[in-house]
Design a protein around this ligand. Structure first.
Ligand code: HAM
Length: 423
């Protein structure tokens, strides 16, 4: 029969890879806790309107990348393409603002975008997502950026570049948009068909276009930083000041607009030279007004998302410890198997990693298996050992063997393992 394979652009994370994922996730949890963040777990499926309203109707994500379907009762649902909207929905729905005026949340999990798969770009990918609600100060932007850079540093990612920009607010951005439309209007014929359409639907998206001709035109376009209102300009200057205070290096990239419509004021991206074409490792920014747009209180928001696959691709290929075994019980014969079954259970209850083989294979093949599992010790027990009341314990590293009495076996083993194996 034909085998059924995974869906295009959607990958398994294999047992040999999971230790690296777990390590990064553990680091994230430990560091975020220091900054006062709490974990929230939100569903992977939401009502489609949530993303249409937050990310923006005229963005690539909403226009062509969402996995949207009609449920059996005709409701339109979408597999989340990002987490910010989901976290806000939960924050509003459960009135989390009432418990703590400044709410700091993070979530880790899969996101779905129907992009063209390539190295570093998948249709199911994972993000570490961080959000702060209720703090509109520039210090809060800088703190979030600092936490991101500190986390990436501790996780072991090197050679990173941080780019920042300000995208203005509802007062100053429309003026900038008009200036961009006026400028691009002169070169309309040179723009790709998508950008020609964007001129009327969402002009700032032209800054994100990967077509070379559009890139050339955009390089001389008006700069948002020349159009900021005094409040946004002051906010941006103070964010930069705080980043300087923290000795964080950054470059101002006035062409960075981010692919989602909800950003106001500060936007940032972290890139890595190690990543090739898909070089954006993390991105985020401020989104004051979005919580209110989604039916919540008028509180400020700032956050970021890190791509897990891309983060892991930046790390050196070190071998993580893939579940080593403390003791393998090699049992031969029916009575010995029964004994081994009970013994491994007891050892596991006592906190050791114990393995055995119920198939009754030869001693040779069981010893091979113990070797493969990198077992520290192997206990050999057959029906004849059951008769003689003794079993053989072999130290797999030194090859030393010793006889142990069956009647006091569990206690003796636990003592030996405790002195040899670090729990
Ligand atoms: P984003 O820039 O769309 O922002 O995604 C954040 C990160 O997710 C990217 O920098 C990249 O590492 C990873 N990523 C995105 N698409 C893919 C893909 N197809 N395959 C692999 N990795 C991918 C957001 O999603 C915002 N919600 C971030 C945010 C949180 N802003 C404020 N709060």
């Amino acid at each position: 029969m034909d085998k059924i394979t995974a869906v295009k652009g959607i990958k398994d994370i294999l047992p040999s890879e999971t230790p690296r994922w777990q390590k990064v996730e553990t680091t994230a949890r430990a560091i975020f806790e220091r900054f006062g963040f709490h974990e929230i777990r939100v569903p992977i499926m939401e009502k489609t309107a949530l993303f249409q309203r937050s990310i923006g109707e005229a963005t690539d994500i909403v226009e062509k990348e969402m996995y949207t379907f009609r449920d059996r009762d005709e409701e339109l649902l979408t597999l989340r393409p990002e987490a910010t909207a989901c976290v806000i929905r939960a924050y509003v729905e459960h009135n989390l603002a009432s418990a703590e005026p400044v709410t700091k949340l993070f979530t880790i999990g899969p996101m779905f975008r129907r992009e063209r798969p390539q190295k570093g770009r998948y249709r199911q990918f994972h993000q570490i997502d961080v959000e702060v609600f209720g703090d509109d100060t520039p210090a809060s932007d800088a703190e979030v950026i600092f936490m991101l850079m500190h986390f990436l540093d501790v996780a072991g990612v090197e050679n990173l570049s941080l780019e920042i920009n300000s995208l203005g607010c509802k007062d100053c951005r429309p003026g900038f948009s008009r200036a961009v439309v006026a400028y691009l209007g002169q070169f309309q014929d040179g723009l790709c068909p998508d950008c020609q359409r964007r001129l009327t639907t969402n002009p700032l998206r032209v800054f994100d276009c990967k077509v070379e001709a559009c890139g050339r035109i955009i390089s001389d376009a008006p700069r948002i930083l020349d159009h900021l209102c005094p409040e946004c300009l002051d906010h941006f200057d103070r964010v930069k000041g705080f980043l300087d205070d923290l000795n964080l290096e950054y470059a101002v990239n006035s062409n960075m607009v981010r692919g989602l419509d909800y950003y106001t004021k500060t936007a940032f991206e972290v890139k890595s030279g190690k990543l090739g074409a898909q070089n954006s490792l993390a991105g985020g920014g401020r989104y004051d007004g979005l919580v209110a747009l989604l039916g919540g209180p008028d509180v400020a928001g700032v956050g970021f998302g890190i791509g897990m696959e891309r983060l892991l691709a930046c790390l050196p290929d070190t071998e993580e410890n893939v579940g080593k075994t403390d003791i393998f019980v090699a049992a031969l014969g029916t009575r010995a198997l029964k004994f081994a079954f009970k013994l491994t259970g007891l050892l596991r209850r006592s906190g050791f990693t114990a393995a055995t083989d119920y198939s009754g294979k030869s001693l040779k093949s069981q010893m091979k298996r113990a070797d493969k599992m990198q077992s520290a010790f192997t206990l050999i027990i057959g029906d004849s050992e059951m008769d003689s009341g003794r079993a053989v314990l072999r130290n797999m590293k030194t090859k030393n063997q010793q006889d142990l009495l069956l009647e006091s076996l569990p206690e003796a083993l636990i003592n030996i393992l405790k002195s040899e194996v670090i729990l």
